[in-house]
Design a protein around this ligand. Structure first.
Ligand code: GDP
Length: 532
């Protein structure tokens, strides 16, 4: 990637040209389509469909697993690097299905901004809201995109109201559509009054045609475009209600700039690229575990937010994705793993998106590097050069589904154990153990039941160890300590297990079961875990 190929630049200077973000949305709002269109319009690829696609189009690169193809959902996360003007955009892919929210949460720990994608006909949907709350919790600034404006949908003003009411953010539309949903003629730039007329190319394989008119030229087309007067009127209405973009409140997570688009026809997407480069914040010094920020120009540091296996069926490899936080990454450099204190060689590093890979030689703060065959790395690990640093651990979600796992064929115990260990290191599942059950009989804990399907599939296909999962009747976990553990373990229906990070978890049937115990035994330590 030539854009990263300027080793003379300081890490801070390079960081200033970077925007690292993710798209959050409900399934089917158009995340894959928008990703594809951003790539096409940033000219990272020449034709839509070469990066993403679903049934009927060319294969989606992140649909690397057979199961994903069958279900048409994206389970894995990867990253993609684009360039628009002089800015490097790092787009991190997030799985859409709610069962993989823990995975998404970790991706959101690695971004500096998010694009909240809304279907114009459906408005804010549950998964969008869930992800929105995660962003808010992490103070991630949000750019809102109302998609599918080429199709009948709600009214623009109605959608703006909905965003305000549902999210509590102040929506500040930067562009305003000319033409109702289903009749997308163009948009007005609310700040300047400039008009952009847009026309999709047949088939949608190429970027849309755009014609830009300055505010003083707009009168020229007003006659043939009666929709324009209405758009200008609505835009003025918004101005009166204080809905103009404000960069400070956006960065503070109080307001959200809004754009309109039809990703499938590439309409409004070039404007979104501009917005990402102009509005989204560049990487900032990241606070370490004690809250002290690591300066961008400090020696190299990064943390692992995603581990992914089996992307390449032929090689069964394992990629660890790290986000660079400070300094410069050079391929082949040797760094230190903060968890083990051991040296770690970054020999095989790639920028990766699905099956497409480019070897990366240099990377800067904000960039994501995929390290091949990094079996020594676990989720949340910090890597550093020279000056030690430890970044805060990535939060684990509260599991709600539990199952005892055993190999179907006891002769394959070794493969089974190796598989469970690896799936845990990747963050696919949480693993709990107890002396009572024996350390070789793990209890798997998940946020969503589909995680169990992934575990079974991968144990069978990758580790050649078909497994038997026996669901437990628990649906709730609380963090506890050794003082309380014994008393809890003696209670009917309660089970105490140790998570591999050393945290003791007490499992309960349901909320009522827990409430009953909490009421009568106030001395017990029972703390809530991060909710999904
Ligand atoms: P994802 O699940 O969020 O990744 O959604 P996809 O990108 O797979 O899109 C879901 C469906 O909506 C697909 O059939 C897309 O072709 C369609 N779609 C996406 N964006 C648009 C759009 O702007 N307009 C229209 N009409 N359809 C769209």
């Amino acid at each position: 990637m030539s854009v990263t190929d300027r080793p003379d630049d300081s890490p801070g200077g390079q960081a200033a040209r970077r925007r690292t973000f993710a798209i959050i949305s409900h399934p089917d709002a158009g995340k894959s389509t928008l990703t594809e269109s951003l790539a096409l319009n940033a000219q990272a690829i020449d034709e839509a469909g070469h990066i993403h696609g679903k049934a009927g189009r060319s294969a989606t690169v992140s649909d690397w697993m057979g199961m994903e193809k069958e279900r048409g959902i994206s389970i894995s996360s990867a990253s993609m690097q684009l360039q628009h003007r002089d800015v490097v955009l790092n787009l991190l892919d997030t799985p859409g299905h709610a069962d993989f929210s823990e995975d998404t949460y970790r991706v959101l720990a690695a971004v500096d901004a998010a694009v909240m994608l809304i279907d114009a006909a459906k408005g804010l949907e549950p998964q969008t809201m869930k992800l929105f709350r995660v962003c808010r919790h992490r103070n991630i600034p949000i750019i809102t995109v109302i998609n599918k404006w080429d199709r009948p949908g709600k009214e623009a003003l109605e959608l703006i109201d909905e965003i305000r009411e549902e999210t509590g953010l102040t929506p500040t539309p930067v562009t305003w559509p000319v033409g109702i949903a289903g009749d997308f003629r163009g948009y007005v730039e609310r700040g300047t009054g400039d008009l952009t007329l847009i026309r999709a190319t047949p088939g949608g394989r190429q970027a849309a045609e755009e014609e830009h008119l300055d505010a003083d030229q707009v009168d020229r087309v007003a006659q043939e475009l009666p929709e324009l007067a209405e758009a200008l009127e609505e835009s003025e209405l918004l101005e009166a209600s204080g809905a103009d973009h404000d960069q400070d409140t956006f960065l503070a997570g109080i307001s959200t700039p809004v754009f309109f688009a039809a990703a499938v026809r590439h309409l409004g997407v070039p404007r979104l690229l501009d917005a990402l480069t102009e509005l989204a914040p560049p990487p900032e010094p990241r606070p370490d575990v004690d809250g002290a920020p690591r300066q961008l120009d400090a020696p190299f540091s990064a943390f692992t937010f995603k581990i992914q296996s089996g992307m390449d069926a032929a090689h069964r490899d394992r990629l660890a994705f790290v986000r660079v936080c400070s300094g410069v990454f050079h391929r082949g450099m040797t760094v230190t793993s903060a968890r083990t204190g051991r040296p770690f060689s970054m020999k095989y590093a790639h920028l990766a998106f699905g099956r497409t890979r480019d070897v990366v030689d240099v990377a800067y703060p904000g960039d994501v590097v995929g390290i091949v065959n990094a079996s020594a790395l676990r989720i949340g690990d910090t890597l550093f050069e020279a000056e030690p640093v430890v970044y805060p651990p990535l939060p684990r979600f509260a599991p709600e589904h539990f199952a005892v796992a055993r190999p179907a064929d006891m002769g394959r115990m070794k493969q089974f154990r190796r598989g469970v260990d690896q799936l845990e290191a990747e963050g696919v599942i949480q693993v709990l153990r107890s002396e009572r059950r024996g350390t070789h009989v793990p209890v798997l804990a998940a946020v969503g039941p589909m995680q169990f399907e992934v575990v079974e599939h991968r144990l069978r296909e990758e580790f050649r160890s078909p497994s038997k999962l026996e669901p437990l009747g628990h649906s709730l976990a609380r963090a506890t300590d050794t003082d309380s553990a014994e008393e809890l373990a003696a209670m009917a229906g309660v089970e105490v297990l140790e998570r591999s990070d050393g945290q003791l978890l007490a499992l309960f049937r349901d909320r009522w079961h827990l409430l009953g115990i909490e009421r009568t035994r106030k001395h017990l330590t029972l703390e809530a875990l991060v909710a999904a």
